[in-house]
Design a protein around this ligand. Sequence first.
Ligand code: ATP
Length: 255
Amino acid sequence: MSSNDDWVLEVRDLMVFYENALAVNNISLKCRTGQITGIFGANSAGKSTLMHTISGVMLDIKKKEAMTGGERITLFGAINFNEEDIQNLQPHKRARKGIVLCPERRQLFTESSALENLKIGGYLADKAQAKKTLAYIFQLFPELQKLKNREAGFLSGGEQQMIAIGRALMAQPKMLLLDEPLLGLAPSIETRLAKAINEIKQQTGITILLGEQYARPVLPIIDYGYVLENGSIVMEGTAEDLMNNPDVLSAYFGM
Ligand code: ATP
């Protein structure tokens, strides 16, 4: 069995309630250092809630809801990053430690240029590091080089997703949370982005947690995966284990 320090992130017995509705139900999972871990589940399975809770954004949402008299959000359980309990750490402090969220639907500044969007991601990095990362992003996504001065909102979905991933890389992640990066993209772009995500793992050693509705386009690149149903993990295993389970193939793998 591996030693503890093989795991950069460990989630233990996590529960998240929106008022009385249970969105994440007693989830425990681990992300092995330098690997890609997949989280698969249909709409509303709880993927984004999990990503928001790991990144800490959920604490901001909870605070905002409490201040505006909105819904009550309750969190239980533990999140350890490099064996440190971060459950109560504010999101910007988690980002400084290297936990960076690339959110669902990209959330770009659509009226800013592609380059401005990338640079915004690097505001915490030192100048030399930001310059190096920018060069890496243009190597990973050469198409962005010629589009860099175009308004992000006018670019294709695939190009916008490249910017969103690039912006997250500019924040110098050690642990990158990708929330449905392939959402709404054509199959050829899905393949292109899955390949790029794998290159990021191989070339930078960044640990990746990847949430997707359908596992099929990313099965070739994940090291380990979990299947979420109604907020609970119903199955876990290597890509091969998941592929060989007939119960989940049609529901989650589009096969
Ligand atoms: P999607 O693919 O639609 O993003 P998901 O797997 O990311 O789905 P979540 O967005 O985490 O799922 O939603 C999990 C559950 O929590 C769903 O039942 C959803 O309706 C509910 N939920 C999510 N956000 C809120 C909220 N702010 N208030 C109340 N319920 C919420």
